[in-house]
Design a protein around this ligand. Structure first.
Ligand code: A2P
Length: 340
């Protein structure tokens, strides 16, 4: 990145992902010249720590981005829809974590290990979209397999942590768990049903085809990132009582012959991937191990004995880090290094 330093804005800095974005910028030693923390008017005046300094949160406004180089957004779809164009209009490149811009054909959708070249398309709208958390970890693992074996079909079921819904959902799982264990009444504020000691096959809203938006995000975003509109993909997304770390059962069929033993070898040397696959010693990817770090863990790799060329695997990553904040900061690094 040379010696250049950048003026960075974080929209949604008080949220679960926004907070982690600050931590990632610090951890990864992003060349920050100045940092501006933005959130709703409710949070204006709050203090947050960055590199040892206490910084004051400001209310996000249309003119918040004047003089800024890069804005990391994680303040919800409506906020991104309204304010990302304001930032871009002021010459500040937006890396947006919401779903508002992901499928816009003038907005690149980027996982740096998979399609870094797509960043170049930021010039069209001044916006780059960060994919959905479940999509990021799945394509991180599947992209090398697609290159080598050409994937013919993907079937995925997810087991997603509550932190993906935001801070309020993390509190809800903790409160409900405490309530159930103390034989007290549970209140459902964030989800339509109790999440403690339960699984909800319902993430985001339902669409006319019976799938949820989350499920269709996995279908459409995967195709866009792998630059292959023809791959058949079907998804079932489930919220589970886990705080951090999304797990996924993924089944693929490929055009070329594929074997679990070769897939394991391939995952030994993939950037961003950690092979965790020693079932004889009870070693496989776990949400509690994925949480707090940036690698995508892959394991339980098996030949699918029900089809000719098929593989089953279990993919786990920290949804707030690689699934959101880290991926966004990696995109910002690419931008800073190669384009700004
Ligand atoms: P605030 O804390 O002021 O509500 P999470 O997903 O963890 O709930 O976080 C959402 C983030 O998006 C928070 O930083 C929140 O700020 C911010 N946010 C939500 N609505 C707005 C809005 N209308 N304008 C600016 N920031 C918003």
């Amino acid at each position: 990145m040379g010696n250049k330093k950048f003026n960075i804005a974080v929209a949604g800095a008080t949220g679960a992902v926004g907070n982690q974005m600050l931590a990632c910028l610090e951890e990864r030693k992003f060349p920050v010249k100045s940092i501006k923390l933005l959130a709703s008017s409710r949070s204006a005046g709050k203090k947050l720590r960055f590199k040892g300094d206490l910084l004051t949160v400001e209310e996000l406004k249309e003119d918040s981005f004047k003089g800024m180089d890069i804005a990391l957004f994680s303040a919800g779809g409506g906020t991104s829809e309204r304010f990302a164009p304001c930032a871009a209009g002021d010459g500040c490149v937006v890396v947006d974590n919401s779903s508002a811009w992901r499928m816009n054909e003038d907005v690149p959708l980027v996982v740096p290990e998979v399609n870094p070249h797509a960043v170049a398309g930021y010039t069209k709208k001044g916006i780059i979209a960060n994919p959905n958390c479940s999509t990021i970890q799945m394509v991180a693992a599947l992209s090398p397999l697609h290159k080598e074996y050409k994937i013919k079909r993907i079937v995925v079921s997810t087991y997603q942590a509550v932190s993906g819904t935001g801070k309020k959902a993390v509190d809800e799982l903790a409160d409900q768990t405490r309530a159930v264990l103390n034989f007290m009444d549970c209140k459902n504020r964030v989800y339509p049903h109790r999440i403690a000691f339960n699984c909800l096959p319902h993430i985001d809203s339902f669409l006319d085809n019976g799938y949820t938006k989350e499920e269709m995000k996995m279908v459409n975003e995967t195709r866009k990132i792998l630059e292959d509109d023809t791959i058949p993909i079907t998804a079932t997304t489930v919220r589970v009582p886990v705080f951090y770390g999304h797990s996924e059962s993924v089944n693929i069929e490929t055009c070329k012959p594929i074997a679990a033993v070769d897939v394991k070898k391939m995952f030994e040397n993939q950037p961003g991937i950690l092979l965790v696959d020693d079932p004889d010693n009870n070693v496989y990817p776990l949400a509690i191990d994925a949480a707090g770090q940036d690698l995508t863990l892959v394991g339980r790799i098996r030949d699918d004995e029900s089809v000719e060329n098929g593989i089953n695997m279990w993919i786990v990553a920290d949804n707030i880090r690689k699934g959101a904040a880290t991926n966004a900061v990696q995109i910002a690094e690419l931008l800073a290094m190669e384009y700004l």
